[in-house]
Design a protein. Structure first.
Length: 265
């Protein structure tokens, strides 16, 4: 009889909406070049996004691992097919909503156009990009409205990496590079290109960061609990502290590779 009671208790626990077994392991991943939210270090994705996801699932007794799963295109495909449960940071588009359940937004991210130093041009609206050669990275999206404009009006090629995109700018093969401002500035610093590129005067758009849970993941049922905890972490300043923490960590890693102490910011 005792054995049956234990089994019944286990089944009851599995049926409760807010309960997960301690042995559960969730696979989360993200873009390999989007510091401070997420970036590749060794065989893992680290940053504010991965730590935030770990905090969100901690109370559900879910262990989170954050392996590097390939370039952004591949990571998204893995998540669409359910082999990756969670994307730690992504923008919202209608196409993606077919595959992911979105959390509440947790941070804003300005998107800009980088140009080669001294090669800027007047820019105040998207139409000012028409007729020029653009570049961005594979798999990246910049919100529903700009994605549509890009597809219909702009001439933009896709590069495998941020380094390749900046290289196209510097070699004159592209007039502008569309990318997130903070992540792009970090990468320019890492690549020693800070003094070789600049930003156009106005943002292209400002997007929100969300956590995306694959609709094929068993963890999608925890979205209401995740959103409740996420709002708490936003309101008590935890999310801002994580972004600051990992921004500082990334700057220090860049300085270490350059062989000089990190400058305080």
């Amino acid at each position: 009889m005792k054995r049956y009671l234990i089994l019944a208790a286990a089944v009851m626990c599995l049926a409760l909406p807010g309960f997960a077994l301690a042995s559960d392991t969730l696979v989360a991943s993200g873009h390999p070049e989007y510091a401070p939210i997420m970036w590749k270090e060794g065989n893992n994705i680290i940053g504010a996004g991965p730590e935030l996801v770990k905090l969100l699932f901690k109370d559900l007794n879910v262990t989170v691992k954050t392996p590097y799963s390939g370039d952004w295109n591949k990571v998204q495909q893995e998540a669409k097919e359910g082999r990756v449960d969670v994307l730690v940071g992504l923008y919202m588009t209608e196409d993606r909503k077919a595959f992911f359940e979105y959390s509440n937004p947790y941070a804003k991210d300005p998107v800009v156009a980088f140009v080669a130093k001294g090669k800027g041009f007047p820019y105040s609206k998207w139409d000012d990009l028409v007729g020029k050669k653009g570049v961005t990275t594979v798999g990246d999206s910049f919100g529903q409205a700009f994605d549509r404009f890009l597809a219909e009006k702009l001439t933009v090629t896709r590069s495998a990496t941020v380094e390749e995109s900046f290289s196209r700018l510097l070699k004159g093969r592209a007039d502008y590079f569309i990318y997130a401002m903070y992540s792009g500035l970090f990468e320019a610093d890492k690549l020693g290109m800070t003094n070789k590129v600049e930003l156009l005067s106005k943002e292209v758009c400002v997007e929100n960061w969300y956590i995306g849970i694959s609709k094929k993941s068993p963890y999608v049922k925890y979205l209401p609990q995740i959103n409740k905890k996420l709002d708490e972490l936003i309101n008590n300043g935890t999310v801002d502290r994580l972004i600051e923490k990992y921004g500082s960590q990334y700057r220090k890693s860049i300085a270490k590779k350059k062989g000089s102490p990190a400058k305080a910011k």
